[in-house]
Design a protein. Structure first.
Length: 389
């Protein structure tokens, strides 16, 4: 039988090598006697199921032969569905992966899709997604499957000619946020039993704490707001005196009355120190004249600052028509000078500083000066500044 197996392995088609066989043996474990699986099938040796029967037993050498026989079918499925050339390490890792997940699952997986696209690195990452199993009525991430996928991925990415150097000083690793969710949050460590007639697995250690789902878990802002609210409530409760809520409203208001009684004597002073009241009609608006630039109330000490009262300029509207006329005249002179300069033809006998051009410019500048003077005096009149002093 071993001679036939060796002859088969020497066929032209690429076959799984010792690396794939050893990897599968490490993770499957040796089962001497046949045991029944939860789905009703039987298994024996290193995960062999086709010829396993109740009461059957197998040695380690025969179990390895059965494994090689199973890998022949796996290798045929890889040849039938993968069209991208593979190295021996990639083929061995893929054979171990297909042996574990099954041929039908491999045909529907993203691993095969990425392989046929030529995206070998993406195919290696897609292998890591096959890490869950149905255990005790729930879908969990099994620690052994995480380790198995890591070993298969490492073998898949091992180049036949040696690893390509990636010096850390040249290519400093950076955090990849897109792969952050690849880390399992609910991994469970299980230990399968390789003895007995029932193929079962037991959970090791206590059950992991159940974490709220992404929908039920509060956001960071909500958690911070809740913590701040709880702290403020605690501070307010600690700062309130005992029996404050039970005191009637009348009793709580009584202590405030004596606090305002002592200033009763100074209340008589304002009547004496009030400035002489002036008839209200004399100050109908803001611009009405107010006597005195700075006044001091009788009976009071001098202020350490000056209180100045302004009054509007009297006769602020006088001279405004003249200024408007001056501005209009300046505008006419400016426009006339420009028209004269650019429309009257110059004579060849005129020098650089003579002729109608320079005359027009002079008239225009005179117009600008008239407008500036008119605008200045208008603003000065309307600004309300006091001309005294």
């Amino acid at each position: 039988m071993s001679f036939w197996i060796k002859g088969t392995m020497k066929s032209r088609k690429q076959q799984a090598s010792r690396a794939a066989i050893d990897l599968i043996k490490r993770f499957e474990g040796y089962r001497r006697a046949a045991a029944r699986l939860p789905d009703g099938r039987w298994t024996i040796g290193y995960g062999h199921t086709k010829t396993a029967r109740p009461g059957a037993e197998v040695s380690e050498a025969d179990a390895e032969a059965l494994l090689i026989y199973d890998l022949m079918e796996v290798s045929g499925a890889i040849h039938d569905h993968v069209y991208t050339p593979l190295t021996q390490n990639q083929f061995d890792a893929l054979a171990a992966f297909v042996f574990n997940v099954g041929v039908e699952s491999f045909r529907r997986s993203a691993v095969l899709k990425r392989l046929n696209e030529g995206a070998l690195l993406q195919a290696a990452y897609a292998m890591e997604l096959w890490r869950r199993a149905d255990f005790e009525g729930e879908s969990i991430v099994v620690d052994a499957l995480v380790r198995r996928r890591a070993a298969e991925k490492a073998l898949f990415l091992a180049p036949p000619g040696g690893f390509v150097p990636a010096p850390s000083q040249i290519l400093r690793p950076a955090f990849d946020p897109e792969a952050y969710d690849r880390a399992p949050a609910d991994a469970v460590e299980v230990e399968p039993s390789l003895e007995g007639e029932e193929a079962v697995a037991a959970r090791i250690g206590p059950l992991p704490p159940l974490e709220p789902s992404a929908e039920d878990r509060p956001s960071a802002a909500q958690a911070a707001a809740a913590a701040l609210t709880a702290r403020l409530d605690a501070i307010l409760e600690a700062g309130e005196p005992a029996g404050r809520e039970e005191a009637p409203a009348e009793e709580a208001a009584e202590p405030a009355a004596p606090a305002w009684e002592p200033p009763a004597e100074p209340e008589a002073e304002p009547a004496e120190v009030q400035p002489p009241s002036e008839p209200e009609p004399e100050a109908p608006s803001l611009f009405a004249p107010i006597p005195g630039a700075a006044e001091q109330l009788p009976g009071e000490e001098p202020y350490d600052y000056a209180v100045t009262r302004y009054r509007a300029r009297e006769g602020r509207g006088k001279g405004a028509p003249a200024m408007l006329a001056l501005g209009a005249a300046g505008l006419v002179l400016f426009a006339g000078g420009l028209f004269w300069s650019f429309n009257v033809k110059r004579s060849p006998a005129d020098g650089l500083f003579a002729g109608p051009l320079m005359a027009g410019l002079a008239v225009g500048l005179l117009g600008i000066a008239c407008m500036a003077v008119a605008i200045y005096f208008l603003l000065d009149r309307l600004g309300g500044r006091d001309g005294e002093g």
